[in-house]
Write a protein that binds this ligand. Structure first.
Ligand code: ADP
Ligand code: MG
Length: 347
């Protein structure tokens, strides 16, 4: 079983940033409104996440480290309609199999909290403790027992840069939450909760960039879009029975004068899940065709919302790839929405 966990860890835990991603998503799923991330040595020595979410009662906290014990999937059809970010029940067991984990958690309904210590998948200590409601997870000495994996880690600065990009992504997707990211020596991000995505963009990108961004938005009824192709992962009769729903695009796209040398400033979310998707990137490139040179890239903050059955998030455990049921429709809808915004803003 420990072997199964380490193999799963190979899929889920590629580098420190993947640990941060899983822990952040757990905090968000737990309804946290304040999330603090602390990093030492690029995450190799320490990743600590403190949240004020629901916390766990002792039995649930112990179960959380058992593989698939907490899977939210009952049938394979559930795969297409997941509302939470996590669903496999694989992340914590995987992380705990390749690091030393110290968990402190307390649910509101419990008088005392629970402290659990695990190293290399073995539980070393379980105790009661007086704790505030919420969860703190410290992941120490990542890959201490898998030297082959440790060798693949990049420099501390590179790993920290990946983590910072990731925390920035989630902070952008959840403007109402308070986010902090600290390294051993400095505060890299402190963003108090704000009402709108535009306010969060201002906090993170600053006045100058925000001043060069245009709001964009559109929505369309899937059912009325007259889509020709049959859905690739459901039978025809399921498709007819499936809920109709809207696809919405909203966010901000940069004016032509704001250009970047790479795509690192393109932030795309589907149902609040961070994605990195070639189809969406291609749609954006097309929207900017002849507006900025093909060698440069825009700054984009784009939120896609659609019925869960329209998007498959189960392509890869790291979950940044997705598959749309109607890819060319989604592609053209994004392209046309952004293009219209850019053309209308022309002087
Ligand atoms: P998944 O997120 O896929 O369910 P994880 O291994 O990431 O699996 O987490 C296992 C379970 O532990 C979660 O389903 C959740 O019930 C619980 N859990 C993990 N982190 C937290 C947290 N920060 N606050 C509350 N519960 C948590
Ligand atoms: Mg999870």
């Amino acid at each position: 079983d420990q072997v199964a966990n380490q193999i799963a860890a190979g899929e889920v835990v590629e580098r420190p940033a993947s640990v941060v991603k899983e822990l952040l998503e757990n905090s968000i799923d737990a309804g946290a409104t304040r999330i603090r991330v602390e990093i030492e040595a690029g995450g190799r020595k320490l990743i600590r996440i403190v949240d004020n979410g629901s916390g766990m009662v002792r039995d649930d906290a112990l179960l959380a480290f058992e593989r698939h014990a907490t899977s939210k999937l009952r049938t394979s059809d559930d795969l297409l309609s997941i509302a939470t970010l996590g669903f496999r029940g694989e992340a914590l067991p995987s992380i705990a199999s390749v690091a030393r984990v110290h968990l402190e958690t307390r649910a509101a309904e419990d008088d005392a909290g629970t402290v659990i210590e695990i190293a290399g998948g073995s539980i070393l200590r379980v105790e009661d403790a007086g704790l505030p409601v919420g969860t703190t997870i410290a992941v120490k000495d990542l890959f201490y027992n898998t030297p082959a994996r440790r060798k693949f880690l990049k420099s501390e600065q590179t790993e920290l840069a990946h983590i910072a990009a990731l925390v920035t992504h989630y902070a952008l997707a959840h403007p109402e939450k308070h986010f902090e990211l600290h390294s051993a020596t400095q505060a890299l991000l402190v963003a108090a909760g704000v009402p709108h995505a535009g306010d969060r963009m201002f906090q993170i990108f600053g006045r100058e960039t925000t001043g060069l961004m245009l709001p964009t938005a559109a929505e369309l009824d899937f059912a009325r879009a007259g889509l020709p192709e049959p859905p690739p992962w459901k039978r025809e009769e399921d498709y007819v029975a499936a809920d109709p729903g809207y696809i919405r695009v909203s966010g901000f796209v940069s004016k032509p004068e704001l250009q970047k040398l790479n795509r690192n400033s393109v932030y795309v979310f589907v149902n609040q899940r961070l994605i990195r998707d070639r189809l969406v990137l291609h749609a954006l490139t097309e929207a900017y065709r002849n507006i900025i040179p093909p060698t440069s890239f825009p700054v984009v903050l784009l939120f896609l919302e659609m019925p869960p059955q329209e998007v498959d998030v189960n392509v890869h455990p790291a979950k940044t790839e997705v598959r749309f049921r109607q890819p060319s429709f989604v592609h053209d809808f994004i392209r046309d929405t952004v293009r219209t915004t850019l053309v209308q803003a022309r002087p």
